[in-house]
Design a protein. Structure first.
Length: 506
């Protein structure tokens, strides 16, 4: 447990910086272009490359890790064959999206003027080739993770986001928004260069192509394809957002994007830190048939996610306007932009735990070799619940309807995943942990009440002072409740800290 927490802590620290630089890029886009059509163009152009990177890269990497401990051939040959499969596949996909780029831009993003079309097309053509390097980088990170080198894997994302930020922002001062397209491509080149250097001493590593279609490659596709479908379905949240917001007034695309990024920052940070460490361990324990360890990982991870995400989610909900003002309200991002973004963020803040937990729980399905059930649930919730809710509310709530669609579908998706996992694989979320979950309920009710009181009674005209004071008071309240309720995770951490302190004093 101690080693587990140390690894999560180290990965979390690296991810904090990596995510921060990625988030800072969004902030600067807001400062430079506000909620104008130029900001919308930058965000729209990156939608498809980012979608392919997350879906294809994530699916191949997850499948690769699942089979790594099970392949009957040598690991080196397995790596060579997988490298060849991924390289050819993502290259072909990228070529297709480049060839049909014009059609996609005109039919999906619907630029309103020739100028907007030209900017969007130029950005898209610069960003799309980066997909090849990003997908390969994701797979290389998987090799490092499965061999326990989590730090290098996490650091590569830091390299990507930092180089993307510096190059894009620097070029934007001279050549305008096109700088973000060039920055995306060069950032991906820096990332894959770092990872190629990082895996040079990894066990069994080889970049020599192998075109032999062995059984492990058949298994790779069998596992990866449903994950791609599930990943594509999950990422459809973003595409559906763009579909609905592209028909709204200028600024709706960027406002929803900014709100999404603010809510995703802590969610992705904490979820990535936990799943990056747990999934390779989970895959190993599942391969060994150690069901008791799998059950403990399942409950422990969800409890940790909830304890980590709850304070941020509740704070952002009650202080959404203040958060937007402090983060974005500079340059071209004015009061009107804040008024457009804050209500959307308020709703998105409630999705943090449900989206993170769904991603986490889905990993247990993958470890069990069942990747179809998460896909089915995603299809039902994304294309059914999400679109139905958004369509019903878009006429009266505009951009907020998109956030409500995401929230309600995310809640239903998590409930379905948990129920079926318990029914099929006997992984009980409550069971012997009833007392602990009653504590979580008490914590939630008390903390929400205190946060509401702080947001109602404590108001400062200075936006920085307001956020600092309310954040400190809210976190103090949360810490008090957590300590009083004596959660297992907290007691364990405090006990280890006391032991280390006593040893250091001897």
């Amino acid at each position: 447990m101690s080693r587990f927490l140390k690894i999560i802590g180290a990965v979390a620290v690296i991810n904090i910086f990596a995510r921060f630089f990625g988030f800072l890029r969004e902030i600067i886009i807001g400062i430079q272009y506000g909620t104008t059509n130029l900001a919308d163009s930058i965000i729209n152009a990156y939608t498809i490359p980012n979608l392919i990177y997350l879906v294809v890269g994530g699916a191949f990497t997850t499948a690769f890790i699942s089979i790594y401990h099970k392949t009957e051939s040598s690991i080196k040959e397995y790596i060579r064959r997988t490298f060849t499969t991924i390289l050819i596949s993502i290259t072909l996909v990228t070529i297709v999206f480049m060839v049909f780029g014009d059609l996609l831009i005109q039919s999906y993003f619907k630029p309103e003027s020739q100028e907007e079309y030209e900017i969007l097309k130029t950005l898209y053509n610069w960003m799309m080739p980066s997909t090849i390097m990003l997908v390969l980088s994701t797979w290389l990170s998987g090799i490092l993770n499965v061999q326990g080198k989590f730090h290098l894997s996490s650091f590569s994302v830091l390299v990507y986001n930092l180089s993307f930020l510096i190059i894009s922002v620097g070029l934007a001062f001279f050549i305008g928004p096109v700088g973000y397209g060039i920055g995306a491509l060069l950032g991906a080149m820096f990332m894959i260069g770092f990872l190629i250097y990082g895996v040079r001493k990894a066990e069994h590593m080889s970049f020599k192509p192998s075109f032999a279609f062995a059984n492990d490659q058949k298994q790779l596709w069998l596992v990866a394809l449903p994950i791609m479908l599930g990943g594509a379905t999950a990422q459809m949240y973003t595409l559906i957002q763009r579909f609905f917001t592209n028909d709204l007034a200028d600024g709706a695309v960027s406002a929803v994007n900014y709100a999404t990024k603010v809510s995703q920052f802590p969610q992705a940070l904490l979820m990535t830190a936990v799943t990056t460490v747990i999934y390779p361990l989970l895959s190993k324990k599942e391969g060994e048939g150690d069901n008791e360890s799998v059950k403990k990982l399942y409950v422990r991870g969800l409890r940790m996610l909830y304890l980590l995400i709850l304070p941020t989610s509740v704070y952002v909900y009650f202080q959404s306007e203040a958060v937007v003002r402090v983060i974005f309200e500079y340059g071209l991002f004015d009061v009107a932009s804040t008024a457009l973004t804050a209500p959307v963020l308020k709703i998105f803040s409630l999705t943090m735990f449900f989206l993170a937990a769904s991603t986490y729980v889905t990993r247990f399905y993958y470890a069990k070799g069942n990747s179809m059930i998460p896909v089915i649930f995603s299809l039902l919730t994304v294309f059914g619940v999400n679109i139905a809710v958004t369509s019903a509310l878009i006429g009266s709530l505009d951009a907020e309807a998109v956030a409500w669609g995401n929230l309600i579908s995310a809640i239903i998706n998590l409930i379905l995943l948990i129920i079926f996992l318990q029914y099929k694989y006997k992984l009980k979320l409550v069971g012997d942990n009833l007392v602990q979950f009653v504590k979580f309920l008490v914590l939630t009710i008390c903390f929400v009440a205190v946060s509401w009181g702080i947001s109602t009674l404590i108001i400062f005209d200075n936006k920085f002072l307001h956020v600092i004071i309310t954040f400190i008071l809210t976190m103090i309240g949360y810490a008090v409740f957590v300590l009083l309720l004596k959660f297992q995770e907290v007691n364990s951490a405090i006990g280890k800290f006391k032991n280390k302190l006593s040893k250091s004093n001897k």
